[in-house]
Design a protein. Structure first.
Length: 69
């Protein structure tokens, strides 16, 4: 029996971790000419997308590994 990773769960969790990290970075860092809310939103979207991509890459690697066994 092949145990493949659940891709949607990986993507959602990666996105949530990325959004939380982006909100933290947006709150702690200098916002420059943007308002604090705008900076937090931009970082949340950027880090959320990066989190989804990293989580998807991990899920793909785990899926490939499960096929070899």
């Amino acid at each position: 029996m092949r145990r493949a990773p659940n891709f949607p769960q990986f993507m959602i969790i990666g996105g949530l971790i990325g959004v939380l990290l982006g909100l933290y970075v947006g709150q702690r860092g200098e916002s420059g000419s943007y308002s604090d809310a705008t900076a937090m939103g931009l970082f949340a979207v950027l880090f959320g997308a990066i989190g989804v991509m990293i989580a998807t890459a991990i899920a793909l690697a785990l899926d490939k590994r499960s096929r070899r066994r």
